[in-house]
Structure formats: C-alpha cells, structure tokens
Design a protein around this ligand. Structure first.
Ligand SMILES: O=C(O)CCC(=O)C(=O)O
Length: 327
C-alpha cells in the first residue's frame, strides 16, 4: 500500500471517529437535559405515592410513560437484530409457547435502545427505591409464541422471584430491593395475551408457592397497556400467563441492580464503551453507573449519624451538581 493511500485511510478513520463521537456527545447532552429537567419532579408527591405503594405491594405501575412509536421501533429493531444475532431460545414446556429472548440490546442497537434505559422518570424513581447505585444488569426483549389452549397443561408460567432476593423473609419490615425489573409490554395485555401475575406483599415475607405452574389464591392479575411501565421489587413473587392470543406476546425487561453487583449484559462492547467515554467527558455519573463505573462506591459508605434515605438524596444532588458544572 502506498504512503498516500495509507494517509487517506488514516485521515478518513480519524474524521469518522470524530463524527461518531460528536453524534454520541449530542445524544448524551440531550439525555443530560432530559435528566436535569426531570430532577425537579423526582421528589414530588407522585413519586412519593409510587414509593409508598411499592413498599406495600412490591410493585408499581407508571401508566402511559412510553410512546407507542417507541414501542413499535423496539419491536422492529428486535426482529431485525434476531436475523443477524443468535437469540436465546427457550423451548416450549407443558404446551406453553416457545420464547425467543435477545439481551445486550444497548450494545446491539445503541441509538434505539439507550433511551429505553436512560429514561429520566424511571431512573429518578429507581434512585428513590434503590439509592444512587443503579446499574443496567440486562436489557432484553422477550417474545412468547402463542399456545393452543388444548395443548397447555398448566395455568401459569413458572412462579419465581428475580435475582438478588437476598434478605426476603428475614423480616416483615420493608427492605429496599437489590434489583428491580422494569417491564414494558408491546401490546395491551388482556386475558388472551396473558396477564402478569403477582403475589402482592411477597417481597416482605417468606411464603412459598406450593405449585409452580398453578394459579394462586392470593394472586393479583395485572393487565398493562402499551406504554405503561411496571416496576417489580426483585423479591416479589410473580409469573407470566400463557399466551392464548393469535399473536406473539412481547415485553422489554430493563433489569437494574446495584452498581456493585455482577451483570449479565457485557458492558465492554465498542458501542457501550463509546457511551461510557462520552459519559466520562460529561462527568455524567448516572450514565457511567448504568454501565458499571461507579468511582464513588467506596466513599459512599453509610454514615451512621444520618438516615440512609437522607444520604441517598444528598448523593443524588451531588451527582446532579457534578453534571451541571460542565455546562
Ligand atoms: O412475562 C411476564 O409478564 C413476566 C416476566 C417475568 O416474569 C420476568 O421478566 O421475570
């Protein structure tokens, strides 16, 4: 290769990298504005009501938070991606429909999927529930194929708690979650599509389910609409229902855990690393933490003279100020 062509390639690469970086900066800046704009809302009475409900029942529904267009784009992106990337296949059990799951979605489609995890209303509420330690554990879309009623031998999918239900049952007092599952369904969920089933208050007691695939006396059926967001405490016992509709049943799961716990999505891919670099330039601690970088984790130990919830508020405010300084 001649000196000239090498020079042209290097220059082209340099210009392209700068261009990509500037696009990413722009998108992070937009999120920054969105975040600082929404912070004013975060300690409002609305979030306080959600908090009370979450402590009591172990879940909360924030209605109408996501636009239908966005949900449609996620669905299309999922179908495009599974043409190129091998998803996880879960075989049909007891006649229930097969499931196709794709994880690592921020890395696979950052422009489309990053806003799903940086949604400022969701993060603000999660910070009230878990403190300023919110990491993206995994972002995945789940498709469940329809099932034939006469083939299905069970009433529900498996009842379970999500990961990190560590201290459940030790006390009936409310314990903040180590993780939260934040779900958005891609269709209006009705009896045919199959409601989400929960055992309210099971995040605060050690009750066990006797039959893992059967309806429960104390169960509550939830029928979210497109655009609703359901936030579940990781210790809450819940299950899906069979999909008896004629269409696939879809949901997006944003699974967030404490920033010092392990994560299934790998944050080392090229796209995620670009997002992280931009977050570092902007000193955007909230965004860095989503992808596992939390430089303050060791200094933020619990000061025994101040309630933890108070410390959380201070740290959230400090992070907000740190972000503002770069304006
Ligand atoms: O499919 C559902 O409605 C529930 C999903 C679920 O159980 C989970 O993501 O852990």
């Amino acid at each position: 290769m001649s000196f000239m062509s090498t020079w042209v390639i290097i220059t082209f690469h340099f210009v392209l990298t700068r261009y990509e970086a500037s696009l990413m900066i722009e998108s992070v800046r937009r999120q920054h504005q969105e975040i600082t704009g929404s912070i004013m809302l975060e300690m409002t009475t609305i979030n306080n009501e959600y908090y009370q409900q979450f402590c009591e029942d172990g879940y909360v529904i924030v209605e109408d938070l996501i636009g239908r267009n966005e949900v449609e784009i996620w669905k299309n992106t999922f179908h495009q991606l599974i043409q190129k990337i091998e998803p996880i296949h879960r075989p049909a059990q007891y006649g229930l429909g097969r499931q196709i799951v794709l994880d690592n979605l921020v890395e696979h489609a950052p422009e489309v999927m990053l806003p799903a995890v940086t949604n400022a209303s969701i993060l603000s509420l999660l910070e009230i529930l878990m403190g300023p330690f919110i990491q993206l554990e995994s972002l995945r879309i789940n498709l469940t194929e329809p099932a034939e009623k006469k083939q299905v031998k069970v009433e529900t999918r498996n009842w379970h708690r999500d990961m990190w239900a560590l201290s459940v049952g030790q006390t009936k007092s409310y314990q903040p979650p180590h993780a939260c599952n934040v779900l958005t369904y891609f269709q209006n969920v009705d009896q045919d599509v199959g409601p989400l089933r929960v055992l309210p208050n099971s995040h605060r007691n050690f009750d066990l389910v006797q039959k893992q695939f059967h309806a429960q006396i104390k169960e509550q059926l939830i029928y979210p609409k497109i655009g609703d967001v359901v936030i579940i405490h990781s210790a809450l016992i819940h299950a899906a229902s069979p999909n008896f509709s004629t269409d696939p049943r879809y949901f997006l799961s944003r699974f967030y855990n404490k920033s010092y716990l392990p994560h299934r999505d790998h944050h080392s891919g090229t796209n995620t690393q670009k997002i992280l670099r931009m977050a570092q330039i902007n000193n955007d601690r909230r965004l860095m933490r989503l992808f596992g970088i939390d430089d303050l984790i060791f200094s933020r130990q619990v000061d025994a003279t101040i309630p933890e919830s108070e410390l959380w508020k201070r740290w959230i405010e400090e992070d907000r100020q740190a972000l503002k300084k770069i304006d």
